[in-house]
Design a protein around this ligand. Structure first.
Ligand code: NAD
Length: 357
């Protein structure tokens, strides 16, 4: 197979972990006889410094013209002035919009040897294997907002709105995923209070009719926050709106012990997708070769699975990560007593070696 991959390392540890992810992809390609063409471009703070814009037009065009985008992270103290007109994260938001990516997938699966690294008791967390599907391109982050005056006091407002087609399309992604997995979908809302969530619930129930082999349950977002900690194993696929998903995915990421372990995929209607670790640019550890590259490397597995339809290769990458962890190698963020701590580059080399077999 031949595919073009846009590579956007971004800022801080972004470039460190994406360098590792590309090494893994190169090994997958050479092993399986695939031709992957990598094309690197600027985004975020680096792009602001270079050309004054967090998403240069040339970067968007390159991504639109690629089969998949591998993205690191953007931002950092240098660009952190909240009053600035151009901010690094605007680049990522514009890229998601520009590629019409509306479903963000965040798997949480715990390697057995990492059980002690989790903040949750092993008997509760063992066997957890879930995916959160977060609506990504609408809802309160994109609604009407502003400031005004109410009875003489300064006030501000943000609005959460969803159209039926916006809910339907993310539901279909979630139902299809649940159908391929264990056949259970939990739709998360706040339908006891919010009208937009009552519509969300109606559309979820209606869409369920098209997926008879998937069992749909509805759960309130506050209850979900609790059950993710109390009984994470019982979830299969969770689908929710943009802001609820933003919060629940960070909570769920911590189940696996470190932000440095959590990959993500952002998908639209076709096979094109954007793949990124969920962590940020980690300015506190950037440039020291100690960041965990596994979230970026597991994002490569998602890229192979969802954009290139290379399931076998995706599983091989996941198995290589599992092997290196089971062999007792760790980065500093997940180090335990009796394990060997490696730097970013060396951890990636071990995974590449495990892939080479
Ligand atoms: P962060 O995810 O960068 O870091 C949070 C904590 O997790 C830090 O202690 C960090 O050292 C640790 N961490 C993160 N990635 C790690 C890895 N791979 N290995 C080991 N430890 C890791 O979040 P933050 O500190 O809130 O944000 C820092 C910057 O990143 C900010 O400018 C923020 O806007 C940006 N950010 C960007 C994205 C993105 O581009 N998608 C996401 C989140 C934050």
């Amino acid at each position: 197979m031949h595919a073009t991959i846009a590579v956007l390392p971004g800022d801080g540890v972004g470039s460190e972990v994406i360098g590792c992810a590309v090494k893994v992809l190169r090994m997958v390609a050479s092993h399986g006889g695939h031709t992957l063409e990598f094309r690197e471009a600027l985004i975020g703070g680096g792009a602001i410094d270079a050309v004054g814009h967090p998403l240069p037009e040339s970067t968007l065009a390159l991504c639109q013209d690629s089969d998949a985008v591998l993205f690191g992270a953007v931002g950092g103290p240098k660009w952190d002035d909240p009053r600035a007109n151009v901010r690094p994260e605007q680049g990522l938001m514009a890229l998601r919009k520009g590629l019409d990516l509306f479903a963000n997938l965040r798997p949480v699966k715990l390697n057995a040897s990492l059980l002690p690294a989790s903040r949750i008791k092993p008997e509760i967390i063992a066997g957890t294997d879930l995916v959160i599907v977060r609506e990504l391109s609408s809802g309160i982050y994109y609604g009407r907002r502003g400031r005004g005056e109410q009875e003489g006091d300064l006030m501000a407002y943000d609005t959460m709105a969803y159209t039926v087609p916006e809910i339907e399309r993310v539901m279909h992604v979630a139902f299809r995923l649940a159908r391929k997995r264990r056949g259970k979908l939990t739709s998360v809302d706040k339908a006891n209070v919010l009208e937009v969530c009552r519509l969300w619930r109606e559309v979820a129930s209606k869409t369920a009719a098209e997926y008879p082999h998937v069992a749909l349950e509805h759960l309130l977002v506050d209850a979900t926050a609790m059950h993710l900690i109390r009984r994470p194993r019982e979830f299969d696929v969770i689908v929710t709106s943009n802001m609820f998903g933003d919060i629940l995915t960070d909570e769920a990421a911590m189940l696996s012990g470190s932000l440095g372990m959590a990959p993500s995929a952002s998908l639209g209607t076709g096979s094109q997708g954007l793949y990124e670790p969920i962590h940020g640019t980690a300015p506190d550890i950037a440039g020291r070769d100690i960041a965990n590259p596994i979230a970026a490397i597991l994002s490569v597995a998602l890229l192979l699975r969802h954009s290139l339809d290379l399931e076998e290769e995706a599983c091989a990458v996941e198995a290589a990560v599992d092997k290196v962890l089971s062999d007792g190698y760790r980065t500093a963020d997940i180090a335990q007593e009796g394990t060997v701590t490696l730097g970013t580059v060396e951890m990636a080399s071990r995974i590449v070696d495990a892939l080479a077999g």
